[in-house]
Unconditional design. Structure first.
Lengths: 244, 233
């Protein structure tokens, strides 16, 4: 992996709450334009790692670098944090219309003429007809698509997805997976996807990392990892066995 | 019952007669409550939001103090403000006793804990992940706070309604620190007390009906705000 291909670089990153370490990553590089899936059982530290990557929380120790910026102590500048955004498992929409929700991130950036961008993103997620509806009147799947449109409207360099299709019906899952593939392929958006669904990781991700107890126990090309895992715990997890 | 009916009739007469003394009292009451509420909101909304947002040591104690403040007896507030502003009190040199300024101080002390307490409860009732989602979309700390407040707007407006309700109808403290001086510190509530003591029940009832009417109009306006006629949803 050449230097210019590396977007994120994590070195000796730990995160602890009340002296309990939930993330411990000696080294992790995330390539520009890749889809990296983080899989692992609940409590493995996947969502915490996403929060660290979005600079929502500082690491307890270690360094996180995004391009030229290295986080070490002081909070990151706005132009860095605004390059990254997250779509959470449960869509958290504002008590406003669908349009206003999608425009929200753009308004935060001082943009006022956002109609065309908002409508384009709504068209992408198939919700143009519901632009004026109240966001909270939508179904769960529609709300998640609004959350995705809102994240994409700000043209992020990095899109972090925390179980974005959990609890959704197969139709919405397929639609959201298509959108994820599309923005990655067409716009080169780097995507880090947390999922419990190993099949989804296999469908979408270029590389997959398996997390257990805050550690990345194995990372590699998705196809290779699924066919010939080197760590026995990875093999067990991918077969659906209980892993501790 | 006759006093109530006569009060209604007299209230209508008073309103249409455009009695200058009555109008002066009404305007003074509204101005006093308006200014007090404005100051209370200016202190109470940010304070309540801050306590609601921030997790800090002693937040439980601060919350209990605030809740206690929400139930402050107005006469006790009046007494304390009176002692503070009396000539021998620590702020006696201001010369505010028996002026509208003293009445504003008392009303702010009564209403700001209500505004802060209800705002805090409204903010604490928001989705715990909301702040994280807002920040993940690139909001600065200020933008996060403003968005959170806007999301909690129903509760924030309730806090203002509660604050307004507490002071527009309040008589104990304004009587003590204002003195009910005709043409200077007499407001609707103190005028009602005075007319009742004089045995003018019709007039007292009429003033009461006007006070109720004003409160109804003020709350209707606030409700319109809550429903988004003034504030965009």
């Amino acid at each position: 992996m050449s230097e210019s291909e590396i977007l994120y670089s994590l070195r000796h990153v730990t995160k602890a709450y009340d002296r309990r370490t939930v993330v411990n990553i000696p080294a992790l590089d995330i390539q520009r334009g890749e889809i990296l899936a983080l899989v692992g059982p609940s409590g493995a530290g996947k969502s915490t790692l996403l929060r660290l990557l979005n600079f929502l929380e500082p690491p307890t120790s270690g360094q996180i670098a995004l391009d030229d910026f290295t986080l070490s102590g002081t909070p990151p500048p706005l132009d860095i944090t605004r390059r990254v955004t997250t779509v959470f498992q449960r869509p958290i929409l504002l008590n406003r219309s669908v349009m206003e929700n999608v425009a929200y991130g753009l308004h935060l950036r001082g943009q006022r003429r956002v109609q065309s961008v908002v409508m384009a993103e709504l068209a992408r997620v198939g919700l143009s007809a519901l632009a004026h509806a109240h966001a909270r009147s939508l179904s769960g799947g529609e709300q998640q698509r609004v959350a995705l449109a809102r994240a994409l409207a700000i043209r992020p360099t990095v899109l972090l997805l925390d179980e974005p299709t959990a609890n959704l019906d197969p139709g919405n899952v397929a639609l959201i997976e298509d959108i994820i593939r599309g923005v990655n392929r067409e716009q080169g958006v780097t995507i880090v996807l947390v999922t419990h669904n190993v099949f989804q990781a296999r469908r979408l991700a270029h590389r997959t990392a398996v997390m257990l107890d805050g550690n990345i126990i194995e990372i590699g090309d998705t196809d290779t990892l699924f066919t010939t895992p080197t760590d026995p715990r990875t093999g067990a997890f991918l077969r659906g066995e209980m892993v501790y | 019952m006759r006093d109530i009916i006569n009060g209604f009739i007299q209230a209508i007469e008073l309103i249409f007669r455009a009695d200058p003394t009555l109008y002066q009292i009404v305007v003074r009451s509204l101005a006093l409550s308006g200014v007090s509420l404005f100051i209370s909101a200016l202190i109470g909304i940010p304070l309540g939001a801050w306590i609601g947002f921030k997790k800090f040591a002693g937040r439980g104690l601060v919350t209990v103090i605030l809740y206690t403040g929400m139930g402050l007896p107005p006469v006790v507030v009046g007494l304390i403000v009176y002692l503070m502003l009396s000539r021998t009190g620590p702020f006696g040199n201001l010369g505010w006793l028996f002026t509208l300024k003293a009445m504003i101080v008392a009303q702010v002390i009564i209403s700001f804990p209500l505004v802060a307490g209800f705002t805090m409860a409204a903010v604490m009732g928001l989705d715990p992940q909301l702040s994280q989602q807002i920040r993940a979309l690139g909001a600065t700390p200020w933008q996060t706070a403003l968005t959170m407040l806007r999301e909690a707007r129903t509760g924030v407006i309730v806090s203002v309604v509660a604050g307004f309700g507490a002071i527009i109808s309040e008589v104990g403290s304004v009587m003590m620190v204002g003195g009910n001086i005709a043409g200077r510190t007499r407001v609707l509530t103190t005028a009602i007390v005075l007319e009742t003591q004089k045995g003018n029940f019709d007039l007292a009832m009429a003033l009461g009906i006007i006070l109720l009417g004003l409160t109804f109009i003020a709350n209707t306006l606030i409700l319109w705000m809550q429903e988004g006629r003034f504030v965009r949803k």
